[in-house]
Design a binder for this molecule. Structure first.
Ligand code: DO4
Ligand code: MG
Length: 281
């Protein structure tokens, strides 16, 4: 079951995808209410039964699927990410090696909800960075108790030259205008076992030509979802729940950097495709 957030005539709304191309409006429902309900799928069905409004997906203006949920990210959860970061960083190679093996994962703050870019919005590359990449990631949707209730698609946009120069520059490499995109849908109710069968694919297009393509599998994520969520909720509270990106397993070749107007398409089988255009910020 897939839900989305979209621009309604009087403000943001939540909808549920019915069939392939229709979205039913879920009235005044909130994401927190859905995430924290005893059975989110039943709750969504109940809300959909009460609605009389549905519209074609093609007419929707998608919004990022977050209301008051902060976005956090896990790092170095794939072998591929560890190797690439050790190569890019002369000063901090051993940090990445250690965190990949350590019991405690790397977790960092990524975005406030109102700063998250939705499907078809513009993601940013910093004007003071020379080496910019998208990071296509599965995003866990967590309720206020830290339970995984759904999954969405995330793009953890990153400036590799800034991160590589000094690990203490990580927040500047990772948190800036347009650095986080989510959407278009939240897949509700799939188990971790099901999610681990999904593929993550990326295509980057420039002037009508594909300039990069890559694929990995959710099964390659080293840590379990409950382990990642458990660390995020340690000594921490998220009254509306939270989103947790699970790290990247696709790294473009070192000579690749994003450019203004590039189109980034991230597909996760089981969820859908998140499409964004790159802009210099
Ligand atoms: O350690 C830096 C960031 C790691 C990251 O974002 C990832 O592995 O996806
Ligand atoms: Mg990342």
């Amino acid at each position: 079951m897939k839900i989305c957030r979209f621009k309604g005539p009087y403000g943001p709304r939540i909808g549920v995808l019915e069939g392939r191309d229709t979205v039913a409006d879920l009235g005044t429902a909130t994401l927190k209410e859905i995430f924290d309900s005893a059975n989110p799928k039943d709750h969504i069905r109940h809300l959909a039964d009460q609605t009389r409004l549905s519209m074609p997906v093609g007419n929707l203006e998608f919004l990022a699927p977050v209301e008051h949920q902060e976005v956090w990210a896990a790092g170095v959860t794939y072998q591929r990410s560890k190797t690439a970061r050790m190569e890019e960083s002369k000063t901090s190679a051993s940090l990445y090696d250690k965190v990949y093996e350590a019991p405690r994962p790397e977790l960092f703050f990524k975005a406030l909800p109102d700063k998250v870019i939705g499907h078809r919005g513009n993601v940013g590359i910093r004007k003071d960075a020379k080496w910019n990449v998208p990071e296509p990631e599965l995003a866990l949707v967590l309720n206020s108790h830290g339970k995984v209730v759904g999954y969405t698609i995330g793009n953890d946009m990153s400036s590799r030259d800034i991160e590589g120069e000094n690990a203490l520059y990580l927040p500047q490499a990772k948190v800036y205008k347009g650095s986080c995109a989510l959407g278009p849908y939240i897949e509700i109710g799939s188990t971790e076992e099901q999610a681990r069968t999904w593929a993550i694919k990326i295509q980057i297009w420039r002037n009508g030509q594909q300039v990069f393509g890559g694929e990995t599998s959710v099964a390659q994520i080293k840590r379990s979802f409950t382990e990642l969520a458990g660390f995020l909720f340690r000594s921490q509270e998220f009254h509306h729940g939270a989103i947790l990106l699970t790290g990247t397993g696709i790294i473009p070749p070192d000579e690749f950097t994003l450019q203004d107007h590039d189109k980034v398409m991230i597909e996760i089988t089981g969820i859908g495709t998140l499409t964004n255009t790159v802009t210099v910020v």
